[in-house]
Design a protein around this ligand. Structure first.
Ligand code: ARG
Ligand code: ZN
Length: 889
């Protein structure tokens, strides 16, 4: 029964609306930025550690900020804290009061020392923000606003302090004591407790503070920087308890990735490490992927631990990418930080670009580019076309945690990448050098970055700044005319309206284009055109016949291209374009165009078959092409995702799209059964290892099974079971199990059980086991998810486990969009249950329901009703309330 309103029938939104709505949390606006009234050049922290009781003594050395309006008060942020002691200049004072969660203190002079004591219970901190306990260890997560849950402080990124940290605690429970910077002293108290002191010489904002204490073991190494500084590196994991697996050997790949990152940042960006120690700690309860705390990165275990037995090739790449990302933040984030949280993309967009470029250099650059574009289109494009759309530099928020988004991160990276394309690599580098030079030690803005690139690269970015201000994915309409011997490219752009931004101005859109001579199959050179008006035409003389247009090569601009290209042109490009991304794009376009026509009911049966035959022909050419490596072949075989297809339609019917996409896959598999079987056989004979050939072979092997599962399920079941049994890597084993999980035969249960028995003591692999079932194509996937929610290994307090079940489920279109709305109900139930435990993570499950406006009306009503049910839940967190409010908006 519904206890908050006993008279309301279940799920009646009108009745729920009648309840008094909670006050909406205050809106914070970018234009309201004011510098803080005080500087805090030094901060001393003293921790007496305990899992359920930690005492924190903070000493803040403050002085008036000459750049701010003078004030006789200081407001220190807090969250759920009560001060046990307040002193000013060493004397107890009563000149303080609480203002909400914050502490306001009178300060008569221009410089003072403030003393504060607080007590916290890390074990009770299920939000995983601030200081919390995880598997017996203590660790922190302070970005964005977690530090205020540890002590009272101006918890904003433009207040930079030099930190000295002392901590003491039980020597048996916490033999390892870590914080930022360098270890300066340690000792034993002789009573079973010990202590350590850490000093970080680099001024930093509170969000970069970190502390870790626990029974940890380390993988140690060293790195010598190009100027000869020897750096001690360590990657810490929890010491294995009884019945637990030893994770230490699984840190080798992360360590190798770290050293490669350090070298690469010196070579490519001229950035050198600046402390004598660099520590990484892996934690299994973590809201995000990882955190770049100065000299002490804290990581989700998912992005540290990898070996071939338990991690897939994709996991290896993710570890390498996230290790690099956090390391690169040492300059793009820590040495130069953000003035306020509206500038988040200043560090995140730039750092994502830097980690993408690094990964491109470490492996296959084209494949990495394709993967990054797939992520952008799968996650960011839907965000940008829905109720949560925001510019990469947002104008307002209620809860900043909700703005760690694909837009700020991934579109942010694309925007900077466009500047790099327009400037060229060398001039872009000069701009970056100028940025680091100018702003080292500062809390900067996106505008500072653009100005530095403008000055350093010699580029006019006046109009380009709109990319920071305007939300929405630009749509570029393309038409190619041919008359005489001149080809003319007509381009038009529309930046669609988004919440709060009804009217948009045209933006500069850099597009690399090439025009292929149809007969010879070659082009006369790639050109960069910059579309910076609503409409523009570009002429290319010298074509006796109409050329084939290849546009947005390498995905130079994060836009959607609308071009009614003839099928034969797409087939031509899919087979022959010398730009690998463009080749992939042509394959995608071929399939998306066809499926859109099918779903819209535009094709007769014979037209549909002709479309399928064209796609099958292109796929056959991809399978046979000896010039392709298997990693790239695997990309070309991947069908566009359901999300991406839906995104191309104004209103989508998820049921129909799913059905037609699967039907197409089945038809392709039947047409090419022999080819897929041969591909699987050929790839199975490739020797193992982590080299590109072996990885490529594994990728196409599972791709072949994915097709065959739709065309010939019995054969696929038999082949997948054999692949599972023969697997000597997690990639092969998980790939086979993924296919089996979607089939109805006996091998499904058999192998799922085997997998669980084999890996039940490894949480990251158990996550995969949950995810494989939640994401499966099995018609009863929704029942499986329900059952798994009651599995003894399911745990609402562990974000990885919750995501492995429900995030994967929400991304499984057939199951999530069940016609009766059961999927929506399940997700809403989860959000309501998780919100009081971990609001940051709970709020991340709202966007899938927020898609309702773009879904057919019956399902849309069901989705909306679930959002309203969440909105009516009493005591909703600021995080979830904001996301639900905007989604209903
Ligand atoms: N700065 C971290 C990173 O991108 C992520 C911090 C996530 N914080 C959050 N509230 N979601 O590397
Ligand atoms: Zn980051």
């Amino acid at each position: 029964m519904d206890i908050r309103n006993p008279s309301a029938p279940d799920g009646n939104p009108e009745m729920a609306d009648a309840a008094v709505p909670p006050p909406a949390p205050a809106v914070i606006r970018r234009v309201d930025y004011q510098p803080f009234g005080w500087l805090v050049p030094r901060l001393e922290l003293d921790f007496q550690l305990g899992l359920t009781d930690t005492r924190v003594a903070a000493t803040l050395h403050v002085e008036r900020n000459p750049a701010a309006t003078p004030t006789g008060q200081i407001r220190l942020n807090g969250e759920g804290l009560a001060p046990l002691e307040v002193t000013v200049d060493g004397q107890p004072t009563s000149l303080w009061r609480m203002a909400g969660d914050d502490l306001v203190l009178d300060l008569p002079g221009t410089a003072h020392t403030i003393g504060l004591v607080t007590r916290i219970d890390p074990a009770a901190n299920t939000q995983l923000s601030g200081l919390y306990a995880s598997g017996g260890m203590l660790c922190t997560q302070c970005e964005a606003e977690g530090f205020r849950r540890i002590t009272f402080f101006p918890d904003r990124p433009d207040v930079l302090s030099i930190y000295s940290v002392r901590m003491s605690g039980d020597a048996d429970a916490f033999p390892v004591l870590l914080s930022n910077g360098n270890l300066t002293a340690r000792g034993d108290n002789g009573d079973g407790t010990h202590w350590a002191e850490w000093h970080d010489p680099w001024p930093k904002p509170s969000y970069l503070f970190a502390l870790v204490a626990g029974r940890l073991v380390a993988n140690r190494d060293t790195f010598t920087t190009r100027s000869g500084r020897k750096v001690d590196l360590a990657i810490y994991v929890r010491e294995a308890g009884a019945g637990e697996e030893d994770d230490l050997p699984r840190t080798a790949h992360a360590m190798a990735s770290l050293k490669r990152s350090m070298t690469w940042d010196e070579e490519q960006f001229g950035r050198e490490y600046d402390l004598d120690t660099f520590n990484i700690v892996a934690v299994s309860d973590f809201n995000a992927g990882a955190m770049e705390n100065k000299g002490l990165n804290v990581f989700n275990t998912k992005y540290v631990l990898a070996d071939e037995e338990t991690a897939t090739d994709g996991d290896f790449d993710a570890v390498e990418g996230v290790i690099a990302h956090e390391y690169f933040h040492n300059w793009s984030g820590n040495r130069v930080t953000c003035r306020d949280w509206f500038q988040l993309s200043l560090k995140e967009g730039f750092t994502v670009l830097r980690d993408q470029l690094f990964s491109q250099d470490m492996g296959s650059a084209p494949v990495k580019r394709i993967e990054d574009v797939r992520v952008l289109r799968g996650a960011q494009f839907p965000e940008d076309s829905g109720p949560l759309a925001h510019p990469i530099r947002p104008d307002e928020y209620r809860e900043i945690s909700n703005f760690y988004t694909a837009t700020v991160y991934n579109k942010g990276a694309e925007v900077i990448r466009m500047m790099r394309v327009m400037a060229g690599e060398e001039r872009f580098r000069a701009g970056c050098d100028l940025y680091f030079d100018r702003h080292d030690g500062e809390a900067a803005t996106c505008e500072d970055f653009v100005k530095a690139i403008e000055d350093g690269a010699g580029l006019d970015l006046n109009q380009f700044r709109l990319w920071y201000a305007q939300a929405g994915t630009p749509r570029v309409t393309v038409r190619l005319d041919h008359a005489g011997d001149v080809a003319t490219l007509h381009l038009a752009q529309v930046v669609p309206p988004t919440p709060g931004q009804p009217d948009k101005r045209p933006m500069p859109i850099p597009l690399k284009v090439a025009l292929f001579d149809r007969a010879s199959g070659i082009h006369a050179g790639e050109q960069l055109v910059v579309l910076d008006r609503a409409q523009q035409s570009f002429s290319f003389p010298g074509f006796a016949t109409r050329p084939v247009l290849s546009i947005n090569r390498g995905f130079t601009a994060p836009v959607s291209i609308e071009h009614a290209a003839p099928v034969e042109d797409l087939v031509f490009l899919a087979a022959r374009d010398d730009d690998p991304f463009a080749r992939y794009e042509a394959m995608q376009e071929l399939v998306v165009g066809h499926l859109k026509d099918v779903v819209d009911g535009k094709l007769s049966a014979s037209e549909r078959d002709a479309g399928r035959a064209a796609i099958a022909g292109a796929l056959a050419a991809v399978i046979a092409d000896p010039a392709l490596d298997d990693l790239m072949r695997g990309e070309l075989l991947i069908l566009p995702s359901q999300t991406y297809i839906a995104e191309q339609m104004l209103i989508a019917d998820p049921g129909t799209i799913h059905h037609e996409r699967q039907a197409l896959r089945g038809a392709l598999a039947r047409a090419l059964e022999g080819e897929f079987v041969a591909l699987h056989q050929r790839a199975s004979a490739v020797p193992g290892g982590l080299n590109a050939a072996a990885r490529g072979a594994r990728k196409v092997k599972t791709q072949a099974l994915v097709y065959l599962a739709e065309g010939n399920p019995d054969l696929a079941e038999q082949m997948a079971a054999a692949q599972y049994d023969a697997a000597d890597t997690m990639t092969d084993r998980q790939g086979a199990l993924m296919v089996l999980a979607g089939l109805k035969g006996p091998q499904r249960t058999h192998k799922l059980l085997d997998f669980y028995q084999r890996y039940r003591s490894n949480p990251l692999v158990v996550d995969k086991w949950f995810g494989l079932q939640a994401g499966s194509l099995h018609p009863h996937a929704i029942e499986h998810v329900k059952a798994l929610a009651t599995h003894p290994d399911f745990n609402l307090k562990n974000p990885n486990r919750v995501r492995s079940l429900y995030m994967v489920f929400a991304a499984n279109p057939a199951a999530f969009h069940a016609e009766d709305g059961e999927g929506y109900r399940m997700l809403a139930d989860l959000i309501i249950a998780l919100d009081p435990v971990n609001p940051q993570t709970a709020a991340r499950f709202v966007p899938p329901l927020g898609r309702w406006r773009r879904i057919e009306p019956r399902r849309a009503a069901l989705m909306r009703a679930e959002l309203e049910r969440i909105a009516a839940t009493p005591g909703l967190s600021r995080d979830t309330a904001e996301q639900v409010g905007r989604s209903l908006g």
